[in-house]
Design a protein around this ligand. Structure first.
Ligand SMILES: [Zn+2]
Length: 284
């Protein structure tokens, strides 16, 4: 008997298929994935409403979803997803104290990898950092910068003790630099490791390194962001819709030129993937 392709614990009982995903899952995992699909479908509508400034209706939809789906929420996945959405909408609506409460509740709920679909230790740490950055921004508006810095420090301390840093550690460091101007040198190993992850050319030695990493952090952050923008533009050009788009041969050349000139390793690798994809497209 084959095991569930997600949890590898229970026997697979049926096939789950949606767009390009095809998996053999156990009952728990397929229930969870269906719940995730139902909720994610609804969040499209929630974001639409929020975009139009209809915050109360968006919050009403989330509350309705909670009532409708809560019985299916065995592992608090839905609870956490709803808290994050509510925090986001309340913040947009300017209801900052309430938004702060949501982000705090989410932190208390925790980011636990066990048993959550497609959820790994590093994804849990990454979500924790994202939530801490959101918290810090609210705390800065509602209280003081020093309070906000403490939120970022907890995000960074968790990265200090863990093995490999998760990629958005760089965003937490940049947030620290924005808030404090002086970034403690004790974070240097973290900065070096996360710069390596992104393949950002090593944090340069500046004379200020002795007292603050701020300049080096901002440099690495700007390098990553610049590369992300260049890659987004490349995607647009190389994947222009059929008809008005660039012919495949030119798209391939475009991507090849990009790979040669892109200094940031992570995005160079993304370029290689894109090249494979275009190559496949040409053959078929
Ligand atoms: Zn399973």
């Amino acid at each position: 008997m084959s095991l569930c392709e997600n949890c590898q614990r229970a026997p697979a009982q049926g096939e789950y298929a949606k767009s390009d995903r095809r998996l053999r899952l156990c009952r728990n995992c397929s229930e969870r994935l269906n719940l995730q699909d139902d909720f994610e479908h609804l969040t499209l509508e929630v974001h639409d409403l929020a975009e139009r400034g209809e915050h109360n209706r968006a919050l009403g939809l989330l509350e309705g979803a909670w009532q409708e789906y809560r019985a299916r929420d065995r592992d608090d996945w839905l609870k956490g997803a709803i808290l994050a959405e509510e925090g986001f909408i309340l913040e947009r609506a300017g209801r900052l104290n309430e938004a702060l409460e949501k982000y705090r509740s989410l932190r208390e709920l925790g980011f636990h990898p066990s048993g959550r679909f497609g959820y790994s230790e590093s994804l849990a740490r990454s979500e924790y950092i994202t939530n801490q950055i959101a918290l810090a921004r609210l705390v800065e508006k509602l209280y003081t910068r020093a309070d906000a810095i403490r939120e970022i420090e907890s995000a960074l301390e968790s990265g200090q003790t863990a093995g490999d840093p998760v990629p958005n550690t760089l965003d937490a460091l940049a947030e620290y630099a924005r808030l404090a101007r002086r970034v403690p040198v004790r974070y240097k190993p973290l900065l070096v490791k996360v710069s390596d992850w992104w393949g950002v050319p090593g944090p340069s030695q500046s004379p200020h390194d002795e007292v603050s990493l701020a300049a080096a952090v901002q440099e690495a952050w700007a390098a990553r962001n610049g590369a992300a923008q260049r890659f987004a533009m490349l995607l647009q050009e190389a994947r222009a819709p059929a008809g008005g788009g660039v012919p495949a041969k030119e798209a391939v050349e475009l991507v090849e030129r990009y790979i040669e000139s892109e200094p940031v390793g992570f995005f160079r690798a993304q370029g290689e993937h894109l090249l494979d994809e275009l190559g496949k497209g040409r053959r078929s």
